[in-house]
Design a protein around this ligand. Structure first.
Ligand SMILES: [Zn+2]
Length: 301
């Protein structure tokens, strides 16, 4: 299989992928890196048509495009524009607004909005079976409501969306939307290795975790931000600040219904902060399996 192309700018991307046929060839090299297969039955013998866009399965005889079974299925947007959108969403450190994407790749704003949500769907973390190790900071993040940036004790009673964040220092972050803080211990037990060192604030709901983990608590209300050593939750708090800057700064407002997808996008970017820009498009394209229809998107939440 040909070596996957790399790009260092949007300009290079368009030069390397000059037309739709080149975009299909590019995606094909990634999707079929381990050999061709039929998206309907999984059979490994398929015939390509001379148009370079259509294949037929030797077993189930169905015709298909390279998009079938991916988030691009049923989309009329050229794959070349999708690849440009992936470049933009993976290299702009705070993400991009759908209005910006619409303008830059020349599609309608509603189309751009749907594209972004499909890409967020693809960005879902799928490495959840690896438990977080080492020192792991745990904290909840609140979204929505005018006082969302205030500390817990100062917040009012306005309805907010909530998520638990678990951050492995020098490693990955995991974020899971929750209905109530009482769900936090369950997610910590699910995502964090029992031999990890846990850092959190003194939320009573988390005290039971001391039975399972080496658990250090930090008292923020007494103005104690760490003990001078490594007992702090600065990393996860920094992550929440990043999330809030993006959600309120770029998107201005995110409904509770779609919060999970925004969190997935931001988490994806954070966990690949050390992946060089030029590899990010190809890396993203390895994970676009699975459809997300407009109906699913609207019904979400
Ligand atoms: Zn087949």
């Amino acid at each position: 299989m040909a070596k996957t192309k790399e790009f260092s700018s949007l300009y290079e991307l368009f030069e390397a992928i000059p037309d739709e046929r080149a975009a299909i060839a590019y995606f094909r090299a990634i999707r079929w890196a381990n050999g061709e297969f039929c998206p309907y039955c999984g059979h490994d013998k398929v015939y390509g048509f001379s148009n370079g866009k259509t294949w037929k399965c030797a077993q189930c005889r169905q015709r298909f495009s390279i998009r079938v079974g991916t988030v691009f299925e049923d989309s009329k947007i050229p794959l070349r524009k999708w690849i440009a959108a992936i470049w933009m969403i993976t290299t702009h450190s705070k993400g991009i607004a759908s209005t910006t994407l619409a303008h830059d790749i020349d599609v309608q704003q509603k189309t751009a909005w749907f594209m972004m949500h499909r890409l967020r769907h693809a960005a879902r973390t799928r490495s959840f079976n690896r438990k977080l190790r080492g020192t792991v900071e745990v904290d909840e993040g609140y979204f929505g409501g005018k006082d969302s940036n205030k500390h817990r004790a100062k917040r009012g009673k306005t309805k907010k969306s909530l998520a638990v964040g678990m951050l492995e220092r020098e490693g990955e972050v995991r974020v899971v939307p929750i209905k109530s803080t009482s769900a936090m211990p369950y997610h910590v037990l699910t995502h964090v290795s029992k031999d990890a060192r846990l850092m959190s604030d003194e939320a009573p709901v988390l005290t039971m975790l001391g039975e399972t983990f080496d658990h250090t608590t930090v008292n923020h209300s007494r103005g104690q931000y760490g003990d001078g050593g490594d007992g702090h939750t600065n990393s996860i708090e920094g992550f929440w600040a990043l999330v809030k800057r993006q959600i309120y700064g770029i998107h201005h407002w995110v409904s509770a219904k779609h919060l999970e997808r925004y969190l997935e996008e931001i988490t994806w970017r954070y966990n690949r902060r050390d992946v060089k820009e030029r590899f990010r498009v190809a890396e993203f394209l390895t994970r676009v399996d699975g459809r997300l229809t407009y109906r699913d998107l609207i019904a979400a939440g």
